[in-house]
Design a protein around this ligand. Structure first.
Ligand code: NAD
Length: 249
């Protein structure tokens, strides 16, 4: 198994149809002990219980530094270590540039970018002591091509910020044996976009995707498991596209 006895925290992991839970399922199948971290309303304990009794759910809002720190303290108290952090929690909003309010900007930047920083800050001291760890951050094709399918420019900015943050952290923490990488998913069928793309628009989108289908959560989970595992032992600061060829560069 690729992740035997590793302890993996997955933020925003409770949604049964989301990228986080698909990754949790795949990591658990590879032997990891999973911590599902999510907002209270998403019921992370229930999601963890679905994976099995050895896994753990923890409530935290990734925009709140004290909650991130407390969540990681609880994980270390329970499992004694943290090997993997999947920074997956994110929100998006369909907005045009001139319609983005200050509140919109804060909401999208806070969950995606600030949350990635706060959760990384929460686990890094433990990983430094261990002299090992893997962090995978969730950017988006939207950061690379200037807009995805649904998210507004503030979402592209947040996801581009994650690429810069992850690369800079990779440089800073490589000496501790900590690898930090990003995935850039294209269009993946989850609750974040369900029912929001009309059939005629979907046809035009598929014409731009060489693999001629939208992605499913396991497509992203496989890439995250790879980056989190020793198979990617010499990869840090990389951006792994999971987009069916929508953007080839
Ligand atoms: P989703 O809406 O199913 O999952 C997002 C999860 O984040 C939910 O469980 C939600 O409760 C949680 N969350 C939201 N705010 C939070 C907060 N403040 N603190 C903790 N948890 C919070 O979406 P998804 O499609 O599974 O997206 C997962 C990630 O992948 C996001 O970062 C998203 O931007 C990114 N992404 C998705 C796609 C896609 O096409 N689905 C494409 C590119 C990137």
């Amino acid at each position: 198994m690729l992740l035997a006895d590793r302890v993996a925290i997955i933020t925003g992991g409770a949604g049964p149809n989301g990228l986080g839970f698909a990754t949790a399922r795949m990591m658990a199948a590879q032997g990891a002990r999973i911590v599902i971290l999510d907002l209270e309303g998403a019921n992370p304990a229930g999601a963890a219980a679905e994976l099995g009794p050895q896994h753990m759910g923890v409530v935290a809002d990734v925009t709140d530094k004290a909650q991130c720190d407390a969540a990681v303290r609880a994980v270390v108290a329970q499992f004694g270590r943290v090997d993997i952090l999947f920074n997956n929690a994110g929100i998006t909003q369909p907005r045009k540039t001139l319609d983005i309010s200050g509140d919109d900007f804060e909401a999208v930047l806070d969950v995606n970018l600030r949350g990635t920083l706060y959760m990384s800050q929460a686990v890094l001291p433990t990983m430094q002591q261990q002299k090992s760890g893997a962090i995978v951050c969730t950017s988006s094709v939207s950061a690379q091509r200037g807009g995805g399918i649904l998210g507004g420019p503030h979402y592209s900015a947040a996801k581009a910020g994650i690429l810069g943050l992850a690369r800079a952290m990779a440089r800073e923490f490589g000496g501790y044996g900590i690898r930090i990488n990003c995935v850039t998913p294209g269009l993946i069928a989850t609750d974040i976009n369900r029912g929001l793309i009309p059939d005629d628009r979907m046809g035009a989108i598929l014409e731009q995707i060489p693999l001629n289908r939208i992605g499913n959560p396991n497509d992203v989970a496989g890439a995250v498991v790879f980056l989190a595992s020793d198979l990617a032992g010499y990869c840090t600061g990389v951006t792994l596209d999971v987009n069916g060829g929508m953007l080839i560069h």
